[in-house]
Design a protein around this ligand. Sequence first.
Ligand code: PLP
Length: 392
Amino acid sequence: MTSLSRWTRATTAGLASDSGRGSVIPPLYLSTNYTFHAPGESREHDYSRSGNPTRDVLADALTALEDGAGAVIVGSGMAAASVTLEALVLDGGRVVAAHDAYGGTWRLLDVLARRGRFELDLVDLSDPAAAAAALAAPATLVWIETPSNPLLRITDIEEVARLGHAAGAQVVVDNTFCTPLIQQPLALGADVVIHSTTKFIAGHSDVVGGAIVAKDADVVAELAWWANTLGATAGAFDSYLTMRGLRSLEARLRIHDENAQAVVDAFDGHPAVRALHYPGLPDHPQYELARRQMRSQGSIVTVDFAGGRPAVDRFLDGLPIFHLAESLGGTESLVCHPATMTHAAMSAPAQRAAGITDGMLRLSVGLESLDDLVAVIVEGLERVDPAGGLDA
Ligand code: PLP
């Protein structure tokens, strides 16, 4: 038989590995500790913060999917960011990061830089000239998030990784929005990938988690050492839930993508819409790059209403199906107002620099019926601009 695909290896990770009772699904190991054979003679696992069989299954699946040397499973996406920065940036280093990264990532980078841990340059890495200028000087770490949140700008991973390596940096990509089924940063030259597995990977909005996957085994060992030392590793039950969600990722993504495209079509060209941000639109500034770098265009859509905040309020007033909530990537459709929700941690000037406006809503398109999703968007647009529907 030919070698199995990344997806098959990931979705079948740990199956039928229970030699004791033959369960198909690997058992959930909640025990915090494991007996030693003799003093100084431990089994594969001794204490669950350092290692846990349920967490190992998820690590194996994500290693296969990202084609890495190994994965470290931690308690949240922010724990993944913290451990990565702690492990890879020595005091006094220089970090070059996307200026429109997730608000929590921005807050972490900002506070560590203000405390003097490292020098920080926030740059529009989706602009090749700005990326080249920032990486003309030596750097320790480059932090890419693509597509960016919430404007869905695309950074050329291959090019920025090349520039980052020439500057002496390790290159990290936050791959949360895409998952490794849509985008494979390690294959494009990145050294480390991080995920908020809270989102598409777990996929059911019932578990917070994070993961770090690295290309090099020594880097994996360093990250694992820091995750254990800081106490950032994920609990067994959270890892179990995340793995359970991951097993259906490929099927979920197909419907997410199809529904998102229909929602985009419903918004596209409506007079109430000042800008529609979605990498699958031919007028997206990096449409060609997105097609090259991403297998599909994902299911996050950001709409900027011409009428600003009042238009946002009218659109949301009684909007069915979509829940006004942070997060993304679950089976349910969500809508959020980045300026006051996900990106509230960013200062007003930082929000402006990142292009976040008061009239902006970010949608995470879920798995509900496509016709119902389109119908509620069309109704919402009629609330914003009753005349628009007639012209559209
Ligand atoms: N990275 C991205 C792109 C995110 O959207 C988020 C959360 O929204 C995070 C990281 C942080 O993840 P978590 O909430 O699991 O800590």
